[in-house]
Ligand binder design. Structure first.
Ligand code: PBG
Length: 324
């Protein structure tokens, strides 16, 4: 006798009852881009319906985020000056530091995560301090730690190093603890691949490397065992949350990380993944809402407890509609 699987698919009620993965607004983290200047709310040409905000226009961003039901953001900054050592990344009045203070003033309950990296702030566009054409790992650690500390001092709840230097989680944990920021959490971009899917983000953040590529520090897309080593080390160094990035082509990595480790796992549904869906939707080739729901459900099903996505506001609105 065969099993009648279709009994449990008979109508929406029973389908809802047996559903294994359900999206909640608290699953999503919204990437927010802040720029220097005044009165700026400008759509990002490579990321439809996402905006560059100047500090004075952040009240509108916060209202939209709150209205959508999103509880947490990850901040990216576009500074007005760049140099070899990314000074604008750790200044007290750098763009991120000002934005964190402003967001906390506008809504102390908004959970503020900061991306800790140097590529938006260096004149050469690499994620660290150069020694010739190489990024010097250990020299970079000092700067990464300083950047993270400055974010904590501004009031960030969590820092997220995305530079892929070895030892950065330990360097950040140490400097935060030494300065009384024991409760500032670290979400490590642990398995961050050297991916072509970051293209639209690099346009949005003006962070493309001026020469070469990031293959010397970001991971080879072909490797998965190495990802487990990266994650293991970040956990040993004190990460609170581990991340896999990008998401969709790397769901095997997400699943393995979920099965192997007990820390919360995040996935970053990156700019290229977003842009492909947008382009196909605009061309009338797919049903955007249905695709986005499916895609995000599948990232969660693969094992990600939290998802960073440029669709965060939309998906939270759509979830609310579904429950009406
Ligand atoms: C900074 C950083 C990048 C992204 C997040 N943090 C770009 C990169 O590594 O080149 C990419 C995010 C996206 O594509 O959505 N290093």
């Amino acid at each position: 006798m065969f099993r009648r699987h279709r009994r449990l698919r008979k109508n929406p009620i029973i389908r809802d009852m047996v559903r294994e993965t359900v999206l909640n607004p608290s699953d999503f983290i919204y990437p927010l881009f802040v720029v220097e200047g005044e009165n700026i709310k400008e759509e990002i040409s490579s990321l439809d319906n996402n905006y560059h905000y100047s500090i004075d226009r952040l009240p509108e961003a916060v209202k939209e985020i709150k209205d959508a039901g999103v509880k947490s953001v990850i901040l990216f900054g576009i500074p007005d000056h760049k140099d070899e050592v990314a000074t604008s990344a750790f200044e007290e009045n750098g763009i991120i530091q000002k934005a964190v203070r402003k967001l906390k003033e506008l809504d102390s309950e908004l959970y503020v995560i900061t991306d800790v990296c140097m590529c938006e702030y260096t004149s050469h566009g690499h994620c660290g301090i150069l020694n010739g054409h190489e990024v010097d790992n250990d020299e970079t650690l000092k700067y990464i730690a300083k950047i993270a500390l400055s974010h904590a001092q501004a009031g960030a709840d969590m820092v997220a190093p995305s530079d892929m230097m070895d030892g950065r989680v330990e360097a950040i944990r140490n400097i935060l603890d030494e300065n009384g920021f024991k409760n500032v959490a670290i979400m490590a971009y642990s398995a961050k691949y050297c991916s072509a899917f970051y293209g639209p983000f690099r346009d949005a953040a003006d962070s493309a490397p001026k020469f070469g590529d990031r293959k010397g520090y970001q991971m080879d897309p072909a490797n998965v065992r190495e990802a487990m080593l990266e994650i293991e080390d970040d956990i040993k160094e004190g990460a609170d949350i581990i991340m896999v990035k990008p998401a969709l082509p790397y769901l095997d990595v997400v699943r393995l990380a979920r099965d192997k480790f007990d820390l919360p796992v995040a996935a970053y549904n990156v700019s290229g993944e977003f842009a492909m869906v947008k382009a196909a939707a605009k061309a009338g080739l797919i049903d955007e809402k249905a695709i986005v729901k499916e895609m995000l459900t599948c990232i969660k099903r693969a094992g990600a407890g939290m998802i960073i996505t440029y669709y965060a506001l939309d998906i939270c609105r759509w979830i609310k509609e579904d429950f009406k």
